[in-house]
Design a protein around this ligand. Structure first.
Ligand code: 2AM
Ligand code: CA
Ligand code: CA
Ligand code: CA
Length: 268
């Protein structure tokens, strides 16, 4: 069955790509600026995305790839809602890859006509693979991660965010997360959205709230979170279009509702 084969190969390719990145951190890394000094890309980002583009093209020539570095931008126009599409972030957390040499990942989500099929997030330095095939449950490596029945309240919650909340953004007049910062147990800001979202899917974090993400950032984790029955919407509480840039708010139903109603002042 094609989904099983996609699942098997996604994991295999993520391990192969991870091996390349593990070797790369001990060598000199060539860094370029994309839009600014805060927006980095290395030759490894491009190499890993090209690696996936070639594998997908050879094995599933009728599938499409949407990746951060745009190596497959020569694909003809297509409607992602009518195709099998791979959302690939070759390195999520490039800044961590360059500076810290840890806390980055490879993120691969596969969607069939918009439906989540496979989600794989591989942290090569920790050697941890978060993965799911729709309907089969979420795993870290070989360990099945049972969806937790706990329903944390705001004051018990550990929540990931990205630093863009600290800059002026479309959701505020004031800082909407300031009150939340004093109410919740803690914020975390790891620098790899895909890894942080995967951590919500396995219960290591209670929620995450990000703005300005691309499909490749949340694609794989979207599949993991949906599989666990954890809410994932835009910050405005709307359904995410996985093929377009989006804000992301994820948490279990009760916490998701409490964040939305208590802390987010949505667009005027
Ligand atoms: P990247 O490393 O693949 O570029 C860092 O806070 C997280 O945000 C990473 O997941 C990073 O992905 C992503 N990111 C990088 N640049 C961003 C930007 N300009 N806006 C929003 N997210 C960004
Ligand atoms: Ca980037
Ligand atoms: Ca990314
Ligand atoms: Ca990236």
């Amino acid at each position: 069955m094609e989904y099983q084969e996609i699942y098997r190969l996604t994991k295999e390719w993520a391990y192969e790509a991870g091996e390349i990145l593990r070797e790369a951190v001990s060598q000199e890394i060539t860094v370029e600026y994309k839009t600014s000094a805060a927006d980095l890309v290395t030759e490894k980002d491009k190499e890993i995305e090209a690696f996936f583009a070639n594998k997908i093209n050879e094995t599933f020539p009728h599938h499409f790839l949407l990746g951060e570095e745009g190596v497959a931008s020569n694909q003809a126009d297509y409607d992602p809602h009518n195709e099998i599409v791979w959302l690939v972030d070759p390195i999520d957390g490039t800044t961590n890859f360059v500076h810290n040499k840890r806390n980055f990942c490879i993120s691969v989500g596969v969607f069939d006509r918009g439906q989540p099929i496979v989600g794989v997030v591989y942290d090569p330095m920790a050697d941890q693979l978060f993965h799911t095939l729709k309907g089969n449950g979420v795993f870290i490596d070989d360990e099945f991660i049972k969806p937790s029945t706990m329903a944390p309240t705001s004051e018990q919650a550990l929540i990931s965010m990205n630093h863009l909340w600290l800059a002026p953004n479309e959701y505020l007049h004031e800082q909407p997360l300031q009150k939340m910062a004093t109410d919740i147990r803690g914020f975390r800001c790891l620098g790899s959205a895909a890894l942080e979202l995967a951590n919500v899917a396995v219960g290591r974090l209670d929620g995450a709230i990000f703005i300005g993400l691309g499909p490749w950032d949340f694609g794989a984790a979207y599949v993991l979170l949906k599989e666990q029955g954890i809410h994932i919407t835009t910050v405005d509480g709307e359904q995410i279009d996985v093929f377009h840039p989006s804000s992301v708010l994820t948490a279990k139903k009760e916490l998701h509702h409490s964040i939305r109603s208590n802390y987010i002042r949505t667009k005027k």
